[in-house]
Design a protein around this ligand. Structure first.
Ligand code: HAS
Ligand code: CU
Length: 589
């Protein structure tokens, strides 16, 4: 990776792109602030420490929390990082600044509409609400404005991807024989995955949820909208994760004082995500009746394969960080850890985020096992899992990364490194309390998505510790997390208001130890990988979807209730195979 700035900062070299990155970050951070505040309300409400809202409003708060954090904060931040990464790694501005502003504008309008629909839930008699949680599948129904806002937001992300592909195409014309720069490769593969997976949610929103919420159709097939949601709902978790991986691969080694170990391995990892992210969505539906066990088993097997790219990442990123530590004089089997730049909040935040992801990945493996999943599904264990993954691996990396990225687009120095350091450590400690307690509470059977998980004449039991202690940990952890966000926003605000500096941050990124020359050219054949990914999706989803439509009363449901069946879909396979066999036999005989 050559230095993009050649001495001058990103903002001087690419002022239009820096403005887009700043706008994307601004909306991301505003959403982060509101979403974190909702999180605090929930954590205190559930644990019965402080109840400032009516329990009926809990679901409005929860929907706001999920949508603003998991969808708006993460994806707007992704857009900012990807826009930065494309311009710096291709070393050229976007083809049209107007086009870039168009997708920022569309995504922002969509966000405002969806948020207004959600907040409408607080106003009685308004007739507008969207208490459908961030997973928004039927039979819960939202006001049409919510779905329309979401649709605009997603179309906006498609346009942002188009923006980056256009830059790449223009670059390719000038550099016909060069390897795709690594950061661009990461952006493009992630976006191809996103195009494939958002098709599911687009079909669900446009053909079913919008017409249904407008009253144009009477009913929907709930299992169909659920399945289309999860078709997109698993890949979206990697859509959140890939900007964090981009930073871990291309920035973290540099912050550690070293270089990325292997460029080809990073390419393989991103390709594996492109291929395997989508044909696994059914692992969120192990308990759904109406999907054959066999299809669930296939989703489980694919999920286990999908661990590979993250395990490869753990190896490469840790090896690169260790290389950095040894460059700084670190010695011994583990003593090198002490030689790392722990005073740098950008480094420490990302390293702690990675360490927590190891734990989150572990609980993910447990979720993925069909039989163990029955134990934890719909319990507080699952929020425990995803606060380590999206809530730490992703969110903490994004906050820590901001300490290094924001100065590049504002041209001002970070306001305070000590506050930054305190902030990332506070996040880590808050999450240790909250997520460990959530996992354990889930094992005790405490449900998720519940305003008052305290029932009369019923007591949850824990093998070690007590329910009271778990509640205290969740409330304390949630409060620390909220305070950490406040510190973050304060630090970033004062950074952006600071005086311009010639060299606000050391933005040079060194070449990997093993560069792209060592990797087969076929890795860069994006059209071929897209084709394979599409085939895998067709294989994984055609039969389950056919079974769901056939047994669920058709595309729009409304038939008899779906019986709990293990043979749905399988019957269809058998009839298809038998008739194909009969036809073949007819031809032969
Ligand atoms: Fe998950 C549910 C399985 C990863 C998010 N997941 C969820 C939900 C969310 C979510 C939001 O199979 C709930 C959805 C809902 O509302 O119902 N998940 C997995 C598996 C993985 C996984 C197998 N999940 C993620 C990521 C997420 C995320 C990533 C967000 C970003 N998940 C499930 C399943 C369910 C589920 C089931 C359904 C549960 C149910 O019943 O409802 C894997 O991808 C995890 C692989 C990760 C690893 C860790 C590798 C470690 C690394 C650390 C490197 C270290 C560094 C430090 C960088 C194997 C890479 C260096 C520093 C030094 C100092 C050295
Ligand atoms: Cu998943």
């Amino acid at each position: 990776m050559a230095t993009a700035s050649g001495g001058s900062e990103f903002v001087d070299k690419f002022p239009d792109e820096a403005a887009i990155v700043k706008a994307s970050f601004l909306i991301a951070f505003v959403s982060l602030g509101i979403g974190a505040f909702f999180g605090l309300i929930q954590a205190l409400h559930r644990t019965d420490v402080l109840r400032v809202i009516d329990s009926a409003d809990y679901y409005t708060v929860l929907t706001g929390h999920g949508v603003l954090l998991a969808i708006v904060f993460t994806i707007f931040f992704l857009c900012g990082v990807f826009h930065w990464a494309i311009a710096r790694s291709l070393d050229r501005p976007a083809e049209s600044a107007l086009f870039s502003w168009a997708w920022v504008g569309l995504m922002t309008t969509g966000t405002v509409l969806a948020t207004v629909a959600i907040l409408g839930g607080f106003v009685p008699n308004l007739g507008m609400s969207a208490d459908v949680l961030f997973t928004f599948y039927a039979p819960l129904q939202a006001h049409p404005i919510f779905y329309i806002g979401l649709a605009m937001f997603i179309v906006g992300t498609w346009l942002s991807g188009a923006d980056w592909f256009l830059s790449y195409r223009a670059w390719r014309q000038d550099h016909p024989d060069e390897r795709i720069p690594l950061q661009t490769f990461m952006v493009l593969t992630t976006m191809i995955m996103w195009y494939i997976s958002t098709l599911g949610v687009a079909v669900s929103v446009v053909f079913f949820l919008i017409p249904w919420s407008l009253g144009l159709i009477e009913s929907v097939n709930p299992l169909l909208t659920r399945t289309l949601f999860w078709y997109f709902g698993h890949p979206i978790v990697y859509f959140w994760l890939m900007p964090a991986y981009l930073l871990w691969y291309t920035v973290l080694p540099k912050l550690a004082g070293g270089r990325l170990f292997s460029d080809p391995l990073a390419r393989v990892v991103f390709l594996l995500f492109l291929l395997l992210s989508t044909p696994v969505g059914i692992h969120h539906q192990y308990l759904d009746p109406g999907i054959a066990e066999g299809f669930k088993f296939i989703a489980m097997t694919n999920t286990m394969f999908l661990l590979l790219p993250s395990l490869l990442t753990a190896f490469t990123v840790v090896a690169s960080v260790e290389h950095g530590a040894r460059q700084r004089g670190g010695k011994g089997y583990l003593r090198w850890l002490g030689a790392l730049p722990w005073r740098d909040p950008a480094f420490t935040g990302m390293a702690l985020a990675g360490a927590m992801f190891a734990a989150g990945g572990f609980s993910g493996m447990i979720n993925a096992g069909m039989n163990i999943n029955y134990l934890i599904h719909n319990t507080l264990w699952v929020p425990g899992h995803f606060h380590l993954t999206v809530g730490t691996a992703v969110a903490l990396t994004m906050m820590a990364g901001s300490y290094w990225l924001v100065p590049q687009v504002t041209g001002t120095k970070l306001y305070s490194r000590p506050i930054g350091l305190l902030q990332v450590i506070m996040w880590f400690v808050g999450m240790v309390f909250m997520s460990n307690a959530m996992h354990r509470a889930g094992l005790a059977g405490i449900p998720r998505r519940t305003a008052e998980p305290q029932y009369q004449n019923f007591e949850f039991l824990t093998p070690i510790g007590s329910i009271f202690e778990l509640r205290v940990q969740i409330a304390l952890g949630g409060t620390l997390l909220f305070l950490s966000v406040v510190l973050f926003l304060f630090n970033i605000l004062l950074t952006s208001l600071g005086e311009e500096s010639d060299r606000p941050v050391d933005s040079y990124l060194p070449e990997p130890l093993s560069g792209p020359e060592g990797s087969p050219r076929i890795l860069d054949n994006l059209a071929m990988w897209t084709g394979i990914a599409a085939v895998l999706v067709v294989l994984a989803y055609t039969l389950p979807l056919a079974g769901i439509i056939q047994n669920g009363g058709g595309l729009f449901g409304g038939g008899l209730p779906v019986p709990a069946t293990v043979s749905a879909g399988f019957d269809l396979v058998m009839t298809t195979v038998t008739s194909a066999f009969n036809t073949l036999w007819g031809v032969v005989a």
